[in-house]
Design a protein around this ligand. Structure first.
Ligand SMILES: [Zn+2]
Length: 298
């Protein structure tokens, strides 16, 4: 798919979903001009990138997440490492019948290179009910640029800051927050009245073998996940919850990609890190909880 085609598809998705965006600088509504820019009523203007995404940050954001990390994460997600979790989430989405005719709008808040959203959309599209529109938001331009390389015709990829998110109120039926920081006040604002948040949180044994090899301790801080769960249930009524615990045996190059993907490797001792990078096989624990919640009545 050529860059021009990607940009035209992006413009088409934006034109078909008026009201989706609001200005990240002044919060006024935005409209598409000549299929090349989103412009607000105060003339703040953001151009569509030729590779098929839009950058809605007013200034570039730094970050520790580089190209290599996103490429590794893409390889891990595509290898099926998270498949049971992504399949479950797609089932939650596909199983909901929404009122009205428009597409089921899914925001992946902190989508990185977009692999989870792409996988979930593909799986959920087989559902019986409704067409889907995916919107992937991440503060990293590297992540979004990689996401836009997918030839996906029903996803809008945007660089933006969740704390000043560039979307109108009540625009999303589902918000995904997959191993990413959340902004619950913003989620409340962005959800439709009957919308759902689906949050994936790591349990105590998530990647414990890696933690053991790099830091000599095998489990995460105890109860970290129950604290997240408690905070979630203060803002949302939990409608579904499932715990996933399984092991995946990884060999090179996936093993090295997993190491590069995780922030666990950032502060690790270089010698220990090298030892792990030279392993021929490692069995890795996946321990994740998926929570689905709806807004509490205000
Ligand atoms: Zn503006």
């Amino acid at each position: 798919m050529s860059a021009t085609t990607k940009k035209m598809i992006l413009a088409g998705l934006m034109a078909a979903n008026p009201g989706l965006f609001c200005c990240p600088l002044c919060a006024s509504p935005m409209s598409l001009t000549e299929c090349k820019s989103l412009i607000c009523s105060n003339h703040h203007c953001f151009d569509l990138a030729r590779d098929g995404y839009i950058n809605l940050l007013s200034r570039p954001a730094g970050g520790k997440y580089g190209k290599e990390l996103f490429a590794s994460r893409k390889a891990i997600v595509n290898s099926g490492f998270f498949e049971p979790v992504d399949t479950y989430i797609s089932g939650l989405i596909a199983g909901r019948k929404l009122a009205g005719n428009g597409p089921h709008r899914i925001l992946d808040a902190g989508c990185g290179e977009g692999s989870h959203l792409a996988a979930i959309q593909e799986l959920a599209a087989a559902g019986p009910h409704q067409s889907l529109l995916g919107v992937g938001l991440d503060i990293s331009k590297e992540g979004i640029a990689l996401a836009a390389k997918n030839n996906n015709t029903s996803t809008i990829w945007c660089v933006g800051d969740l704390a000043h998110s560039p979307f109108g109120s009540g625009q999303f039926h589902t918000i995904l927050s997959i191993l990413a920081p959340s902004n619950y006040a913003e989620f409340q604002r962005l959800l439709t009245a009957d919308g759902r948040v689906i949050k994936v949180i790591p349990g105590q044994n998530y990647l414990q073998e890696l933690r053991g090899l790099l830091y000599g301790r095998s489990s995460r801080q105890p109860n970290a996940d129950s604290e997240i769960r408690e905070r979630f249930s203060e803002t949302f009524e939990i409608t579904e919850a499932r715990h996933f615990q399984y092991k995946v045996s990884l060999q090179p190059p996936l093993l090295q990609q997993l190491v590069r993907m995780t922030p666990l490797s950032w502060a690790a001792d270089q010698n220990k890190l090298q030892t792990v990078l030279q392993l021929n096989e490692l069995e890795i624990s996946v321990d994740l909880s998926v929570l689905e919640g709806r807004k509490l009545p205000s």
